[in-house]
Design a protein around this ligand. Structure first.
Ligand SMILES: [Zn+2]
Length: 61
């Protein structure tokens, strides 16, 4: 599954984890997130996320 990164704050959306604090269950792909969903860290809209391929190593937080 593909991870997506918030270009504003660097938050990584990992579909294997989901976003429990926002009620997003594990296994929900980024594309399946509701339009109302935003970055849990900074509130950025989905449009401000870019795909984060496994080949890119941005480090582990
Ligand atoms: Zn963010």
């Amino acid at each position: 599954m593909e991870k997506w990164r918030c270009v504003v704050c660097g938050y990584i959306y990992n579909p294997e984890i989901g976003d429990p604090e926002s009620g997003i269950a594990p296994g929900v792909l980024f594309e399946e997130l509701p339009d109302s969903w935003g970055c849990p860290e900074c509130g950025a809209e989905k449009e401000l996320f870019e795909i984060c391929s496994e080949d890119d190593d941005y480090g582990i937080y």
